[in-house]
Design a protein around this ligand. Sequence first.
Ligand SMILES: Nc1ncnc2c1ncn2[C@@H]1O[C@H](COP(=O)(O)OP(=O)(O)OP(=O)(O)O)[C@@H](O)[C@H]1O
Length: 307
Amino acid sequence: MFLQLKNTTIGYKTPLIKRVETSLNLGEICLLIGNNGVGKTTLIKSILNQIPTLGGDILLQNQSLKRLSQKEIAEQIAVVFSKSQVPTNFTLTDLVALGKYIHYPYYFQLNKSDLQEVEEIIESLNLTQYKNFPLQKLSDGNLQKAFIGRALAQNSPMIILDEPTTHLDEENKIIILKLLRNLAKKHNKLILFSSHDWRLAKEFSDQIWLVNNEKLEAGIAEEILLKHDELLNPEIFRFSEGFVAPKIIAPQLEKEMLYSFLQKNFKKDLSTLKFEYKDRFWVLSDDKIQKKCVSFKEISYFVANLH
Ligand SMILES: Nc1ncnc2c1ncn2[C@@H]1O[C@H](COP(=O)(O)OP(=O)(O)OP(=O)(O)O)[C@@H](O)[C@H]1O
């Protein structure tokens, strides 16, 4: 096991997450989820030994963190925090190259192959056109990607990222999530990242660590979500009091879209209605009527006039 938590309790004066018993291996990608303030960042800082544990132990390659220096930990784990300080007078290339310096004394000149690797990392993040930009001139999203680049340059077997997809648009979120998954699968790295974008992020993750009620539950992503259907249940988005869903027979996407549309717009009990999707039109029926609709506008008109 690369990372092992053994009866670990973390927090500050009072515990936030108690008695965690879990482990992760190289080649895995694990998504850390939980509500605001449950202790995700604190857990990450504990794994980096920036905060002492309140109980139990954390092992890195079978060695207690307590016995490792910060340099030894940095050789094993690169980290990207969402609120990183932005160094002044640095270009994007300077920042990514900084990842290399943990391996050298600070006055060391990077060699040709280091510089080439830095270029390749910048390219893999689609940042080549900004490589000479001062950091202050980058958009929040590109700055976020540049910090990820620095972690990649560090070349450590494990990378931890605290909310790496904040500030990113949908396309860039997917680029980053794919990149993280590739790092785990093709380069055998262990990736642990927290995210509030977990509906998207779960598609790219093997494991989930779910923090809830001072406990950490770990397991295969889909299995954890199945156990906690309150996370997936569309009821949590319910907007209109009094709405009761009709029966919808349709492919998954059409079904979700119709459900979303109806629940936003109607406070009615529609449970006696059936909506069936048939090759680009909808057939609405109950025990008395049957109506064909080709658009959501038509559906809306029909449902609004139902008694
Ligand atoms: N240095 C500190 N000393 C004492 N308490 C702290 C310290 N830093 C954070 N906390 C508290 O610990 C709790 C957990 O914070 P943490 O940032 O770990 O949560 P989180 O799950 O990462 O939240 P979010 O999803 O909002 O980022 C919060 O109540 C926070 O106020």
